[in-house]
Design a protein around this ligand. Structure first.
Ligand code: ADP
Ligand code: ZN
Length: 818
């Protein structure tokens, strides 16, 4: 057999594959897409993915693959192509994509099992930590990395393990693959001996003086069904005990040989077949829309479904998914994380039952591994509803990708790399599969609409709400005017108060939107105007009244609230501006009888808390819900007659070229929560600037006008979609070095790109977690080769970081920043 080599993707930020020699005994077993363990650097071991197998001897000494972890590939060739595109386009390493793509249960980092090498006898001087780990492992023989870390109290035990591995004292177990453990449930069934009428009757007779045990057998028969029980059907032990019997009685029955206990391996995901609902018949308008969609998909890869809230977009998706399944195809349905609520999952579950998988970050890793493996094996699932990372799943036969709420900026991943946009990546993924992409939204992104205008995407419009519900009436409340007349009650205009009062009197629900959490954005000294700032970041601290602390929303640092001004000593610390928490407090004072709740990152951090709030609101246990943009997504409430937008100005004044686009989207989306089912709703929009064009566009629901103005500005000022932006961010803990490095890089780039280079400048927040930040922006013409530009940028960055002075400089590239 000739020598074989493998190119491996390793979870490191170096933009290349790494070549290793494949030992003879592994050659027949190794396939592309399998995971292997390899040594890396002097002391490290990693698990990586085989990207290629070949016989080209590299011009450097290769090390050997240590272990092959899989019997069959966990990553498919098509996925590897997708990863390669992503690394290239978003300028990161293949390893960074690998880290983002695989659920951690498959990367086996903390679950990795390490084994003590019983044949190890050499005496090496070890550090205290190393000795501690070695002693522990010598005794325990094997252990997972996370357990080891816990047992020894060493938080970052991985480097220690790497070193011990390099000595040969320990090795990685082949058991790595077992890190995902299926869940086991105890089941109870009738013993085979009593599975006929006769024997059962006799058994009952023996239980005459043990009525509780008899009762338990009867319960078992009832739960399983009489006939099924006689055929050996089992029910969960927990379900049986929940009916009132005790474990002791059950043990007694087992001893008597009447029932038996069985262990059953079950998936964490409920795969019981549920009754599945046929799609609802479509209205004539919806029917026309779906026919247009089908026609457009004959010629277009991507189609935009521009439909107002409640027009039935989701209903159309459900029809299209049914069609794909009927053709044996898979569907990926993407939603922004915050829109993935129980409402939508329950709705889809009713249609697709156990063929629907739900994939997002708030699900456990075990569940994610299970979905991954199921898709690999082409098992149960053919519809995946997921947040952005679902694009990495191992689809085999994708027919359609739905990107709902396509305008949502949270489709973009900021940190860590890959800094991808899931909508844009989905289009590439679809092309690889020969699948179609459906973008859905009530407020299209400017970039997307431009693609429609230029004919790149198809367009279908749906402007009628289901059952003729009217679009809400939007009223402007002039804050400046109310202030002048001294009519404001804290942050509320008389118009808003009046409408809230009326809605509450009519037993209707109210949503108040303020896109800022906490109590007050900042504190300020009334004497010297000093504002408490974060010690690590260049931002003012946000005051949270409930916990009575100051918090940095960038790094999470907290500080006690000063009693006197830290700068001048005056006892005149005052709150400025207002967040959701303050709104909540004030609304409770004005409407003491109303049931008020708040939904923001502070109150809905967990999936459970989030769902509880939605549930309570649905059940009308809440009259007024105050929230950040979280409330603008995916909620379908019936009794909301009023939406208040408390501070439209804050959204408009944000320093970003997309601020108006974003403000329009947010206001239109939040407004869409009003009057969904019973009657026309009302939106009160508080602003000091009623004549602002965006405010006018929102009031008249005039997307066309909004688009026309925005697209003209983008062209004039050389922004996307006419130009491609690439942000280069430099970070260093030394401010001078950050500045010098940024100046050097900008200079080098200007030689190459001329006035396409902007900056360096301070970003909105110029210091985060003690790192000083400078930013350079490149504006590249759309028709220029992005690959060539990126190559030149990489070269310039390499030349910079090669200088010893800048060794700990962090340089990040963000292609198509949002
Ligand atoms: P969108 O996704 O555009 O906001 P939905 O599909 O959620 O709209 O529709 C809004 C509401 O109207 C939902 O409760 C949905 O069940 C209902 N609905 C829409 N179209 C139909 C239809 N053809 N038959 C029955 N109910 C429908
Ligand atoms: Zn901070």
């Amino acid at each position: 057999m000739s020598a074989l080599f493998v190119d491996i993707i390793l979870p490191v930020p170096i933009p290349q594959h790494f070549t290793y020699a494949l030992p003879d005994d592994m050659q027949s077993r190794c396939e592309i897409g399998m995971r292997v363990v390899v040594p890396f650097g002097r002391k490290k071991f990693y698990s990586g993915i085989v990207a290629a197998i070949h016989d080209r001897l590299p011009d450097y000494d290769t090390k050997e693959v240590q272990v092959i972890l899989d019997d069959r590939p966990v990553v498919q060739p098509l996925q590897l192509d997708f990863w390669a595109w992503m690394a290239e386009y978003y300028q990161c390493s293949p390893g960074e994509v690998y880290k983002a793509a695989l659920p951690s249960g498959l990367k086996l980092e903390s679950e990795t099992v390490v084994v003590y090498n019983a044949d190890y006898h050499e005496q090496q001087p070890l550090s205290d930590k190393e000795q501690q780990v070695a002693d522990f492992l010598a005794q325990e023989k094997q252990c997972t990395v996370s357990d080891l870390s816990q047992a020894t109290g060493i938080p970052n035990v991985v480097p220690v393990l790497h070193y011990l591995m390099s000595l040969g004292m320990i090795f990685v177990s082949e058991q790595l693959r077992e890190s995902y453990k299926p869940k086991i449930v105890q089941m109870v069934a009738l013993s085979p001996a009593v599975r006929n009428d006769d024997a059962l009757r006799k058994a009952f007779a023996t239980l005459e003086r043990a009525p509780k045990q008899l009762e338990m057998v009867m319960q078992l028969m009832q739960l399983a069904g009489y006939k099924a029980a006689l055929e050996g059907a089992a029910i969960a032990r927990a379900d049986l005990l929940a009916k009132g019997g005790s474990a002791a009685q059950l043990a007694e029955l087992m001893k008597k040989g009447i029932v038996m206990q069985i262990e059953k391996v079950v998936g964490r995901i409920d795969t019981q077949l549920l009754d599945t609902l046929e799609p609802h018949p479509l209205t004539p308008v919806q029917q026309t829309a779906i026919e247009q969609l089908r026609n457009l998909f004959q010629t277009q890869h991507t189609v935009l479904l521009h439909g107002v809230t409640s027009s039935g977009k989701t209903e159309l998706y459900i029809h299209l998914i049914h069609e794909q399944i009927a053709q044996g195809k898979q569907v990926l349905y993407l939603l922004p994380e915050i829109a993935l609520t129980t409402q939508i999952t329950t709705r889809l579950r009713r249609h697709f039952g156990n063929r629907l998988a739900i994939y997002h970050s708030k699900y456990s890793d075990a569940e994610r591994v299970e979905i991954w493996n199921d898709l690999l094996a082409q098992g149960n699932f053919n519809v995946v509803l997921g947040a952005r990372s679902a694009i990495f799943l191992p689809f085999t036969n994708l027919g359609l990708i739905i990107v709902d709420e396509e305008h949502e900026p949270s489709y973009k991943q900021y940190d860590p790399a890959p800094r991808y946009h899931a909508r844009d990546a989905a289009m590439v993924l679809a092309r690889l599969h020969g699948a179609r992409v459906l973008l859905g939204t009530a407020t299209p992104a400017i970039d997307t609409y431009h693609n429609v205008q230029t004919g790149k995407f198809g367009l279908v419009q749906l402007f009628d709400r289901y059952q003729g519900i009217l679009m809400p009436q939007i009223l402007v409340a002039d804050v400046r005017d109310a202030r002048r007349k001294k009519q404001m009650r804290s942050h509320f205009t008389p118009l808003l108060i009046e409408h809230i009062t009326r809605a509450l009197a009519d037993g209707e629900q109210v949503i108040l939107f303020q896109n800022r959490r906490g109590f007050a954005p900042y504190l300020e000294c009334g004497q010297c105007a000093n504002i408490p700032k974060c010690d690590h970041c260049d931002v003012s601290l946000t005051y949270h009244k409930h916990h009575h602390i100051l918090t940095c929303h960038y790094c999470g640092a907290t500080r006690p609230v000063p009693v006197t001004c830290p700068a001048c000593g005056a006892p005149s610390i005052e709150t400025r501006g207002f967040g959701t928490e303050k709104i909540e407090e004030e609304i409770k004072l004005i409407f003491p009888d109303a049931r008020v709740a708040r939904m923001d990152l502070d109150t809905a951090r967990t999936r459970k808390a989030h769902e509880q709030l939605i549930h309570d609101f649905e059940q009308h246990a809440i009259d007024i819900l105050i929230g950040t943009q979280m409330i603008s997504k995916g909620l379908d409430f019936d009794a909301v007659s009023l939406v208040g937008i408390l501070d439209a100005d804050a959204m408009l004044n944000y320093p970003d070229f997309r601020a108006f686009e974003r403000a329009f989207q947010l206001m239109a989306q939040v407004s869409g929560r009003a009057g969904r089912k019973n009657r026309q709703g009302t939106v009160i929009l508080q602003t000091t600037n009623p004549d602002h064009p965006v405010i006018q566009q929102v009031i008249t629901n005039n997307f066309a006008h909004h688009y026309a103005i925005q697209i003209a500005e983008r062209e004039t000022f050389k922004y996307p979609p006419f130009y491609r932006l690439i942000n280069i961010t430099l970070k260093h803990k030394d401010q001078n070095k950050t500045h010098r490095a940024a100046d050097n890089l900008a200079l080098a780039l200007r030689h190459l790109f001329g006035d396409r280079v902007l900056g360096p400048q301070d970003p909105v927040i110029a210091r985060i977690q003690n790192l000083y930040i400078r930013q350079i922006v490149l504006k590249i013409e759309k028709k220029a080769s992005p690959a060539r530009a990126k190559q030149l940028i990489q070269q310039a960055i390499h030349a910079l970081v090669a200088q010893p002075e800048y060794r700990s400089l962090i340089v990040q590239i963000d292609v198509d920043p949002m």
